[in-house]
Design a protein around this ligand. Structure first.
Ligand SMILES: [Zn+2]
Ligand SMILES: [Zn+2]
Ligand SMILES: [Zn+2]
Length: 393
């Protein structure tokens, strides 16, 4: 049973309201994505993740050595390698060789989309229309990635394979509601300066990949733009990493202080090694659409947070502050660094990325703050940006 409901608030629109109180750290709900997909470049660069749930498909050693580009890197405490639990279950599609973390994921993928999406031997054929579409996307969207056209490709397969098409369309429609008129801004954000021409090229490649009559409702220019809009405004980033999972695990080990200190040094050195070669790109990265999670509004003082504790695409919404029955449940669409910035600066990011003006308690309290002039704001932002970079290093 869910302990929240989706309500329409006058003047605000859809909101998630708590129907019981939650203590800090309490789980509000867990949700599997409606659809998820690894990013295109992330896949191309050999980041190995389950094609269905994005669970890492490398052992800790494989992962660290690939990221450091050094087969000699050694790692202690490999008996705590999180992949060891899964390794015996790894499997693949017999036809196209796409890899899965488990028989469960393979079966689920087959059941929902892979029966029609499987490209068999054509998976390696650069001239296959799906591969052409993916390449067209990749040329427009270099890392750091924030989306992939392959999420839309998977949606099309889900539609084609579904025997409850009207239900599928209804669910897809529930994401659409978030899109406001000013879609142009989103396309600009996704595709950059030449977005109109790029949109044209993507659209052509999309139509080539989905020529059959049954996709006719998605291949009109407007329908394609709507799909792109859904991708731009509703998708939630997903990152999985066997290294990060191992670090969490060994950091919780009951070790004597001296050993803990030594372990911290080893972990720092490991991150330095992988960072030298892979830079900021340490994770399997992708994104997903979540039916419930996407209904949660933003607040600059959120009382909840989306977490991914299972190292796959299942989102767990956790309270980060006490929530009373009747309170709206909010998450932050901004990262921690962005949240610390001025109201002016937060609003700019939210307006550009999500097309709304934040009216949260923090923004209302700061409403009388003078708007910093653009020069000061830029300086301010740069400085804050540096702080954040330091934090991450
Ligand atoms: Zn999986
Ligand atoms: Zn296959
Ligand atoms: Zn706000």
């Amino acid at each position: 049973m869910n302990h929240f409901e989706i309500q329409d608030l006058p003047g605000k629109g859809r909101a998630m309201i708590a129907t019981k109180s939650f203590a800090t750290d309490e789980i509000i709900f867990e949700e599997e994505p409606f659809v998820s997909h690894q990013f295109s470049w992330n896949t191309a660069y050999g980041y190995a993740a389950c094609d269905h749930c994005m669970r890492p498909l490398e052992t800790l050693l494989e992962n660290v050595r690939r990221l450091a580009n050094n087969q000699a890197v050694a790692v202690p405490l490999v008996e705590h390698d999180p992949t060891a639990l899964w390794f015996p279950q790894f499997t693949q599609c017999a036809r196209c060789k796409v890899r899965y973390c488990s028989e469960d994921c393979l079966v689920e993928a087959q059941k929902r989309y892979h029966r029609v999406a499987c490209m068999g031997a054509f998976r390696a054929d650069d001239t296959h229309p799906i591969n052409v579409l993916n390449e067209t996307w990749k040329k427009m969207h270099y890392p750091p990635e924030t989306g992939t056209i392959m999420l839309i490709v998977r949606l099309m397969a889900m539609y084609q394979q579904s025997n409850k098409k009207s239900e599928f369309l209804e669910q897809l429609q529930s994401f659409q509601a978030l899109i406001v008129n000013r879609e142009q801004k989103i396309y600009h954000k996704m595709l950059g300066e030449n977005f109109e021409r790029q949109m044209e090229q993507l659209y052509t490649a999309f139509c080539n990949a989905f020529k059959s009559e049954e996709f006719a409702m998605f291949t009109t220019p407007d329908a394609f733009k709507t799909l792109m809009g859904i991708l731009g405004t509703n998708s939630q980033g997903i990152a999985t990493s066997v290294l990060a999972q191992w670090v969490t695990k060994v950091s919780e080990l009951p070790l004597p202080d001296a050993d803990k200190e030594q372990l911290d040094t080893v972990i720092d050195e490991l991150y330095a090694k992988v960072g030298d070669f892979a830079g900021e790109f340490l994770n399997n990265e992708g994104s997903g659409l979540y039916i419930l999670q996407s209904k949660i509004n933003h607040s600059c003082v959120p009382n909840a947070q989306s977490t991914f504790p299972y190292s796959n695409d299942i989102v767990v919404l956790k309270a980060v502050a006490p929530i009373e029955k009747g309170d709206e449940i909010c998450i932050s669409y901004l990262d921690e660094c962005q949240l610390e910035r001025s109201r002016h600066s937060r609003h700019k990011t939210l307006r550009e990325n999500y097309i709304f003006v934040c009216q949260c308690p923090k923004c209302r309290a700061q409403a009388s703050d003078p708007d910093v002039t653009s020069d000061e704001d830029e300086d301010d932002d740069d400085e804050e940006m540096d702080d954040c970079d330091d934090d991450m290093a």
